[in-house]
Design a protein around this ligand. Structure first.
Ligand code: DQA
Length: 153
């Protein structure tokens, strides 16, 4: 499979309500804040000479704009679309439009939760999905992307 030309930039996108991590339903989403996830990933990326661009928004259009802005600049995208996962055709179409390799991450195991969370409209256009592993899912996604890009350069 041909990978996109290697820029050493990876985009991390978090959708609605993920700014509340740490105090939002900690029994489901854990105690780790988004700032902690972003700084862990930023440091891990830097160790391997990659730059991580971190973005969070509660607004669908802002997420579409950011995917469009970085989708040709970054080699990879890690995205937790939050509730947009389940209904945003606009986010799905933006991800499908860009060449960056995308990994979908969910902190919780969406397949084991309410039926309306079982379907992701995004999953069909991403390289893979990690769900239910908490913050470790983001780390695994980052390691996967960097290993992939380092192998293909
Ligand atoms: C989530 C799961 C979604 O169903 C939910 O709306 C979220 C977070 C997760 O990380 O587990 O906001 O994407």
């Amino acid at each position: 499979m041909t990978e996109p030309a290697a820029s050493r930039t990876i985009l991390l996108v978090n959708g609605p309500n993920l700014n509340l991590l740490g105090k939002r339903e900690p029994g489901i989403y854990g105690a780790t804040t988004l700032a902690e996830i972003e700084s862990t990933l930023t440091a891990r990326a830097l160790e391997r000479q990659y730059q991580l661009v971190c973005f969070q928004s509660n607004h669908e259009g802002a997420i579409v704009d950011t995917v469009q802005q970085y989708g040709w600049v970054a080699s990879g995208i890690i995205i937790n679309p939050g509730a947009l996962t389940h209904y945003s055709i606009a986010v799905r179409d933006a991800l499908a439009a860009v060449p960056a390799v995308t990994i979908e991450v969910h902190l919780s195991n969406i397949a084991a939760r309410e039926p309306f969370r079982h379907h992701s409209v995004v999953s069909a256009v991403v390289r893979g999905t990690i769900a239910g592993l908490g913050p470790a899912g983001y780390v695994l996604a980052l390691d996967y992307l960097i290993d992939l890009f380092d192998r293909s350069t």
